[in-house]
Design a protein around this ligand. Structure first.
Ligand SMILES: Nc1nc2c(c(=O)[nH]1)N[C@H]1C(S)=C(S)[C@@H](COP(=O)(O)O)O[C@H]1N2
Ligand SMILES: [Mo]
Length: 315
């Protein structure tokens, strides 16, 4: 009999323990729910999402030149727990997800609170292609051609007050459409956060597209955050609320496992996750691991944000 050694297991089969535990909990709770609610509920229509080109997308000096992952890889190997904890779940379970009408409420410590319709957001500033590295905390990575503009464009419009120190990003809460929210894998809605200066940094992207088209559902349609120097989970998807606050928010991952996930979550090869190394990563589609770069390769642009901060303590 052949027993697979770890080295023979393809990366797609490796699941960090947290995910594995979460998935088990998810399956237990999902099946409990299915029994309670009637497992024979009408299936959702499995209509494919219509793909739509974005007009006039400009190149950006922030784009990196590494080979890009394919559309297929980016949409099918994905974390979006609202649609299930398996990498393939979001593509399968988000086909009928409704992204119109869609609004984003921008509120809290701002002089001009405002609710933006998705059509407003699509024309608030010129849309750029931003080819960014994505480093997941699970030690895989990709190169993704996002489309969008700096979040600072939107922040300027609402004029944060002097009390605004942090920004929260809330994902849609809708268990009818997001079956993963019927399980207590995380506390819903998914909330992430940034310090105001991180949110204002030009690399921080309000993501509206991928590969020159509107965002596909598994990647956070119709609007999401992309913070390329932080672990992937900082980049919340399908955002409906942006809230400016005075105190550091308790984010979904910090709430679920505070000794494993910190508020900052800057990519840092020198600070390991308690259960695995962060020194290396596997680029999806490649065989050999590569070294993880400080701040995911964006140190030159962002390191100064953290001058004087102990990055072991503030992980
Ligand atoms: N709302 C929400 N946003 C989320 C997640 C999630 O489960 N829910 N997963 C995060 C994680 S762990 C990663 S690695 C990225 C992966 O998706 P992407 O490739 O589309 O960025 O989305 C992030 N944003
Ligand atoms: Mo991730």
């Amino acid at each position: 009999m052949l027993i697979k050694r770890p080295a023979d297991i393809p990366p797609s089969e490796i699941t960090p323990l947290q995910t594995w535990r979460a998935r088990r909990r998810f399956l237990q709770q999902a099946s409990a729910f299915a029994v309670g609610a009637g497992a024979l509920a009408a299936p959702l229509p499995l209509r494919a999402q219509t793909r739509e080109k974005l007009a006039g997308v400009r190149p950006s000096p922030f784009s990196i030149k590494e080979p890009q992952n394919t559309y297929e890889q980016i949409t099918s190997y994905v974390n979006f727990y609202e649609f299930g904890t398996d990498k393939a779940d979001p593509l399968r379970n988000s086909k009928a997800f409704k992204t119109r009408p869609w609004t984003v409420a921008v509120e809290g410590e701002v002089k001009k609170p405002r609710t933006f319709g998705i059509e407003d957001l699509l024309k608030l500033a010129p849309i750029e292609e931003r080819i960014y590295r994505l480093r997941c905390v699970e030690a895989w990575s990709m190169v993704v051609p996002w489309a969008g503009y700096s979040l600072s464009e939107l922040i300027k419009q609402v004029e944060p007050t002097g009390n605004a120190k942090f920004v929260e990003f809330h994902t849609l809460l809708d268990p009818q459409q997001m079956p993963g929210q019927k399980a207590a894998v995380l506390q819903w809605p998914y909330v992430e956060g940034l310090r105001l200066d991180e949110a204002m940094h030009p690399l921080t992207l309000l993501g509206l597209g991928l590969y020159g088209e509107l965002l596909p559902n598994p990647n956070g349609a119709p609007v999401r955050l992309v913070v390329p120097w932080k672990y992937g989970f900082k980049s919340g998807k399908s955002i409906v609320r942006i809230r400016f606050v005075e105190r550091m928010p308790t984010t979904a991952w910090v709430r679920s496992a505070p000794h494993e996930y910190g508020f900052y979550s800057n990519v840092n090869p020198k600070v390991d996750h308690p259960r695995w190394t962060q020194a290396r990563e596997r680029r999806i589609g490649e065989f050999f691991k590569r070294e993880t770069l400080m701040f995911n390769g964006y140190a030159e642009q962002v390191a100064s944000l953290y001058d004087g901060l102990d990055l072991r303590k503030f992980y």
